[in-house]
Design a protein around this ligand. Structure first.
Ligand code: PEP
Length: 263
């Protein structure tokens, strides 16, 4: 629905260094600030760079972490908590990116606990879901998406839709990123028909978890080899509310051009 403001988030993954992160972020936020637009733009940066980047956002770019722990503090060496991120001025975090599910033992339960901690702190959570190629080929797409969302929401402890809607009706605290694993970093994006089918189903699952009205307010963004030349076909789908962009977010001017295709 046109009532949902488009959301585009760049995922820098484990790229850049202190110098390039700083200058690329400045360049990107200057470009975004220079142009009137009606979209919400974010960058999910490695956590070590966030303290520096927070000072450069000019309120034009929302800063996200790429992961955050479910506990507010404690004996969790190497981890970063939602309240820590909040205290620095970071707005939210990605949760359960497929790389974390595949390589770092993320489950639907830990994903849900992270979502619960972020929302509880009044922060944004972008829950990443998506099937592997094997699951798609076995016809398990819907079953996998349903489990990933229902189990995470259950584990989050969120009981009422009001908890995820937050203060600004155009910027709910919870968003979903649909990222088919076979499309991430492969150059083989889903078709817009495949994306729309999955997004419509995800909205149905959200409607069952909360209610129809809430599901229509939540943003479901597509990720998986989004580029300058294919973003438009995705955001033209009625249930695709933006993009989560990996490789194509790394060069500031290129990512800015991509964002402007969403206006
Ligand atoms: C991602 O990092 O979430 C992603 C979708 O990567 P890419 O755009 O490079 O496929």
């Amino acid at each position: 629905s046109s009532a949902r403001k488009k959301l585009v988030i760049g995922n820098w993954k484990m790229f850049k260094n202190a110098t390039s992160a700083s200058s690329d972020f400045s360049d990107f936020s200057n470009l975004i600030a220079s142009q009137a637009h009606n979209i919400e733009v974010g960058i999910a940066a490695p956590s070590v760079f966030l303290a520096d980047l927070v000072r450069k956002t000019q309120n034009s770019v929302t800063l996200y972490a790429q992961n955050s722990h479910w506990a507010p503090e404690g004996a969790f060496t190497g981890e970063v908590s939602a309240p820590m991120l909040k205290s620095m001025g970071v707005s939210g975090s990605l949760v359960a990116h497929s790389e974390r599910r595949q390589m770092f033992g993320e489950t639907n339960e830990t994903a849900g606990a992270r979502v619960g901690a972020l929302i509880g702190a009044g922060m944004k959570a972008v829950l990443c879901v998506g099937e592997t190629l094997e699951q798609r080929e076995k016809g398990q797409l819907k079953e996998i998406l349903k489990q990933q969302i229902e189990k995470a929401i259950q584990a989050s402890g969120i009981k009422h839709a009001s908890e995820i809607l937050g203060a600004d009706p155009l910027r709910p605290l919870l968003s979903i990123a649909y990222e088919p694993v076979w499309a991430i970093g492969t150059g083989k994006a889903a078709t817009s028909v495949e994306a729309q089918e999955a997004h419509a189903f995800i909205r149905e699952v959200l409607s069952n978890c909360f209610n129809k009205e809430t599901s229509e307010k939540l943003k479901i963004i597509y990720g998986g080899s989004v580029k300058l030349n294919n973003i438009h076909e995705f955001i033209s789908c009625p249930d695709v509310d933006g993009g989560l962009v990996g490789g194509a977010s790394l060069v500031p001017k290129d990512f800015y051009d991509l964002c402007m295709k969403c206006c």
